[in-house]
Ligand binder design. Sequence first.
Ligand code: UD1
Ligand code: UDP
Length: 369
Amino acid sequence: MPSKVAIVAGTRPEIIKTSPLIKELESRGADYFLIYTGQHYNYEMEKVFFEQLSLPTPRYNLGIRSSAPFLQGEHTGRMLIDIEKIILDEKPGIVLTQGDTNSTLAGSLTTRKLATTAPFTNINVMLGHVEAGLRSYDRTMPEEANRIIADHLSDFLFAPTQRAADNMLKEGIHRSRISVTGNTIVDALNDAVKTSSRNEILDKLGLDRGYVLATFHRQENADVREKFSNVMGAFGRVHNKFGKPVVYPVHPRSRKLMERFDIVPPEGVVLIDPIGFMEFLKLEQEASLILTDSGGVQEESCVLRVPCVTLRENTERPETIDVGANILAGTDPDKIVECADIMMERKRNWENPFGDGKSSKKIVDIILR
Ligand code: UD1
Ligand code: UDP
């Protein structure tokens, strides 16, 4: 009988991307539980996803919020302490972390450390990292440190693509630890498109199909006044050039910074609160173009065949560029408008590089074996 599985998650994208794993474990009657760190906590950043994805309430919700986004050590440290207690108590055979957040780092580090304490604790725990091997090679991003550490600590590495697997091989990680499984986001999208007929969101916002959808929240972008105001100006120029509204569901981090920087949206830029996954998926599907600095949104636009302009100088998802779904613009307004022009014309006939929607099945097969 397979041993107990613990899943660690704490943010919007982790809830979405672990949801197919949770469903797969449930459907096999596996012994598993979820530790939710509480990194994201507003209703529209947390609970709405548990509701829409029909996920069970986490066995543990640690309620650990970041008191200030720059206090990364305090944030991660409090998670380490609480996750350690749970692992000691529950004694799972494997802990799974996903992605590249502080919750990923804390779950990975605690597990690895505990795995060395067997003589005292009788803990025999392994570590698996889902969405392993992504690299932006940009050391200014907190996510890059988190994903490198998680990969190097893990016993099982679930790479979404061969390219991600190759990144890890180049760093000396042994091939026996790596499996190419695709990305669980494809599983989540396949499931969600069956139920997502929520045209209400378009009606509610008074939108016709073909608008531009935008998101912007990354620390290295949104925290810099000049970049944020440049990008907001570029959104206004995209509206003027194409005569389409630019709809921007604003992440709480960005909302706070907009207020601090006194950034006022130009005409044609429609700011809304963050929305549920089903509504966001609908907004992605009906958009003519997506402007984003999100990792997950780059993947989704690629899978859904909606052209994407990435508001960053680099990406850890280069597969999206290789297939022609995405282009890097950075935060320079001229470049953003130029790239929007290119991508508006892009033929939507590229292949999805992120797998066949059976990633969670492959991952669960491996860990239960
Ligand atoms: C985190 C991840 C980032 C991921 C993003 C997904 C890290 C280092 N960063 O960034 O990789 O892309 O989640 O969205 O783990 N806040 C709220 N309500 C919430 C959540 C956040 O008000 O529900 C505010 C708080 O002021 C908080 C700030 O946003 O201090 C930043 O939140 P934090 O979780 O530290 O980072 P994110 O920017 O969300
Ligand atoms: N998303 C959502 N509502 C929103 C914005 C995004 O449901 O208002 C979803 C989106 O579909 C994707 C995920 O959130 O699955 C991306 O999260 P985010 O951009 O916060 O994080 P990243 O992927 O950059 O780590």
